[in-house]
Design a protein around this ligand. Structure first.
Ligand SMILES: Cc1cc2nc3c(=O)[nH]c(=O)nc-3n(C[C@H](O)[C@H](O)[C@H](O)COP(=O)(O)OP(=O)(O)OC[C@H]3O[C@@H](n4cnc5c(N)ncnc54)[C@H](O)[C@@H]3O)c2cc1C
Length: 462
């Protein structure tokens, strides 16, 4: 492709286009840590106009492009495939405006999530999206994957936080839709084409996002429960008694809690590890006295009614962080248990979760008597994470994936609650979406990207 690379070099300055030895391994190595072959070139635009110019060239020359944000995605979507160039958003990292009166922040696509959180925090506001990869993941990556995280029960997914977007189509057309208001019934809501579509329909360049006054008080409690029916009863009670102050409701099956508190360094067990289920509840709001009172009364009622067996409320910020650390240590637990295993991120109706977890465990035991599932997740959002573990003697990635995704399909669940499809989960898409739905996705792709240059092969093939 020398002439295309010449065109790139002529169109941009030398710091924008990297080729050959100038391409660092990080541009072709993702979270899994195994590098693939380097791309033809890495292009690092600074502004929307650069993205438009780049895509015009790629569209004309039919050169495929993979867009990279923080590369923290877990579905192998950002790894360049043969013949692709990389569009890295790392230099599009300006926070342009924090409008506290309007409750809006406007940022370029490559701003890391944590930097945005900290910037609005300086003005007493919060951007509610939060996830473990906050230091590296970017706003554009969060929008493209419709990221979830810990506070979805109160604030919704990323989709619910996007007021307006600017995006560039495959042919270089710029859609300027950075608007600062919630209500806008003026035809098709085009920004939704780019939320959760993993960069297949356009490249996001700027966004207007909702921010909220930072809560003055936060209460975190850990409860022990005897059965999943009690977990559901506690969720009903928390929703009723805490209302809009409920900001997290996280469930952990016994194996997750027991093994994390036993094996992960620096994680302590505030409650004994012999109970079947544990739930972390967080509430937050501006009236400190009421937030504390409501949590205490709600838990006292739950104890009295036999919904919970035991509970502890964090008495300080450090104690709250220690409880959250149990729930946030899934990666460390996976490492402590050894490499043989596959992680899943599925959605299910809450009334099917217990039977689902049992079916997965039973299925794993049939494959290998020493295999087992560690289950935990955002129960209030219908989202479970399953870490299937097995002895390292045989690589069972494929058969375990087929098993768990198959059971997810049988339970009418979604094979991806948060992480997207990318390349990794593409073979299983039809377990969660109908043939007609997938064909409609292809129709949209063909209309917006007729030469198929944007993230080809991610989610589905055309
Ligand atoms: C420790 C850890 C914890 C995590 N926890 C969560 C969690 O709780 N919830 C959750 O939802 N996810 C979670 N993730 C997954 C991941 O962090 C999210 O998917 C995140 O939103 C990806 O952002 P990114 O900038 O790294 O995107 P990337 O990985 O760079 O890209 C992800 C996808 O978005 C596309 N893309 C990136 N930028 C753009 C753009 N500007 N325009 C168009 N397309 C673009 C890419 O092509 C790719 O398809 C976690 C990951 C890790 C490693």
């Amino acid at each position: 492709m020398p002439s295309f690379l010449d065109d790139l070099s002529a169109a941009f300055d030398a710091t924008t286009v990297l080729t050959g030895a100038g391409i660092e391994p990080r541009y072709h190595t993702d979270m899994a840590g195994v590098p693939v072959a380097p791309p033809l070139a890495v292009v690092r635009p600074r502004a929307t106009e650069d993205v438009s110019k780049l895509l015009k060239l790629c569209h004309a020359a039919r050169v495929p492009v993979t867009t990279q944000g923080g590369m923290t995605g877990l579905v192998r979507a950002t790894l360049p495939q043969a013949g692709e160039i990389v569009l890295s958003t790392e230099r599009m990292n300006a926070i342009e405006e924090v409008d506290t009166g309007g409750g809006v922040v406007i940022a370029q696509t490559g701003v890391p999530l944590q930097r945005l959180q900290e910037r609005v925090g300086q003005d007493g506001f919060m951007f509610p999206l939060d996830l473990g990869a906050r230091g590296s993941c970017t706003i554009g990556g969060n929008i493209s994957t419709n990221a979830g995280g810990n506070r979805v029960i109160r604030y919704g997914m990323t989709r619910d936080l996007v007021l307006g977007l600017e995006a560039v189509l495959a042919d270089g057309t710029v859609l300027r839709g950075v608007r600062k208001y919630i209500k806008n019934n003026t035809g098709i809501d085009l920004k939704q084409l780019f939320v959760g579509t993993e960069g297949t329909l356009g490249v996001i360049t700027r966004a207007a996002l909702r921010i909220f006054p930072a809560p003055a008080e936060q209460q975190v409690a850990l409860c022990a429960l005897a059965s999943f029916d009690e977990v559901r009863a506690l969720l009903d009670l928390a929703r009723t008694r805490l209302g809009g102050d409920l900001t997290a409701f996280e469930v952990m099956w016994n194996e997750y809690y027991r093994l994390t508190t036993e094996l992960v360094k620096g994680v302590a067990a505030p409650l004994p590890a012999n109970h079947p289920f544990y739930v972390l509840i967080e509430s937050s709001g501006s009236d400190a006295g009421r937030i504390r009172d409501d949590m205490e009364k709600m838990l006292a009622g739950a104890l009295e009614d036999g919904i919970i067996l035991d509970a502890t409320i964090a008495s300080s910020g450090a104690a709250a962080a220690a409880i959250w650390k149990i729930r946030d240590s899934s990666v460390e637990l996976g490492r402590a248990l050894g490499p043989a295993g596959v992680g899943f991120d599925v959605s299910l109706a809450i009334d099917r979760m217990e039977a689902f977890a049992k079916a997965v465990n039973d299925g794993l035991k049939k494959l290998d008597k020493d295999a087992y599932a560690i289950v935990f997740g955002h129960a209030g959002d219908g989202n479970l994470h399953v870490n299937a573990k097995y002895p390292p003697t045989v690589d069972r990635t494929e058969e375990v994936s087929k098993l768990v995704y198959g059971i997810t399909g049988d339970f009418s669940g979604s094979i991806s609650a948060e992480h997207g499809i990318g390349l990794l989960k593409r073979p299983y898409l039809e377990l969660s979406r109908t043939a007609e739905e997938i064909e409609t996705m292809r129709t949209l792709k063909r209309a917006l990207d007729p030469h198929g240059i944007l993230n080809p092969g991610r989610i589905f093939t055309v």
